[in-house]
Design a protein around this ligand. Sequence first.
Ligand code: NAD
Length: 301
Amino acid sequence: MKEVFPLKVGFIGIGAMGKPMAKNIMSAGYPLVVNDVNDAVVQELVADGAIRAESPRELAQEVDVVILMLPNGAIVESVLFGEQGIIAGAKPGFAIIDMSSVSPTFTEKVANAAAAYQVDYIDAPVSGGVKGATNGTLTIMVGGEADVVKHYQPLLEVMGNKIYHVGKVGAGDAVKIINNLLLGVNMAAVAEAFALGTKLGLDPQVLLEIINVSSGSSYALAAKMPNFVFKGQFEQGFAIDLQYKDLELAIQTAKEAKVPMILTNLAQQVYEQARAAGLGREDISAVIKPLEELLKIQVRV
Ligand code: NAD
């Protein structure tokens, strides 16, 4: 760990989540070096005062700690261990904070590999969506050695206001996949329930109001129905492709642990259907669209 202040921070993966998180880090006064394969977002952050790195390797040479907010484990692995990857540029005492949603076993594997280079590793996946990332109010589930986690806590507090150190490296990812398993299953159930309600001639707004104060309530209902489905607006939320990936992480992890995942496997097929219909980039609430088409209804207010 580097005992320097302020820490020089690197950020790789300046997407829907990463961009507002990176902006909050700069607003808190940390010097920030950024890297992303999408040049447009890099340019936007450079205009805000960030420094561009041409590769993860170059970035690692410039900073004390790097935050990753990347789509999946395969990309995290290439950014870490590729020829132009972080490890190629990192010195002993460097730290990696992976905030992407990946599997706990993947994180254990890459954290062990990083340890061989005397590089510290923390998994710190998040919940709270783009809104939480923008407002710095994410829930962050952290796995790692206690002293390392404590050292980087102030940096995490710039991005979130509910930070839980839940165990050794990989434990944060385990909590995250369990949370997202519930979100995925709940959203699929809410879509099915509202398709039935609308087919039966009920007013979706009335249905929402009643269930919100009844035992069928959930985040998927309270946040996704009024903000996405009722408006017929499915942009800029949590993508179906990412939710599908998270269900797959839960299913694979459960297989390794010999735990049956009956509802999770069924729910994943609902997202598979939506992907087959070309809805992968839309918000998870768009799983209602194939049902709407089948039933010749629209759940709108
Ligand atoms: P995104 O696709 O918007 O952003 C990913 C970014 O990574 C993009 O800017 C992309 O250009 C960049 N990238 C891809 N490959 C790269 C590479 N090889 N090198 C450098 N940059 C690369 O995704 P997102 O919605 O910001 O999600 C990021 C992570 O956060 C995912 O693991 C996701 O599951 C998780 N997450 C997302 C949400 C959400 O609401 N969107 C909420 C919680 C967690």
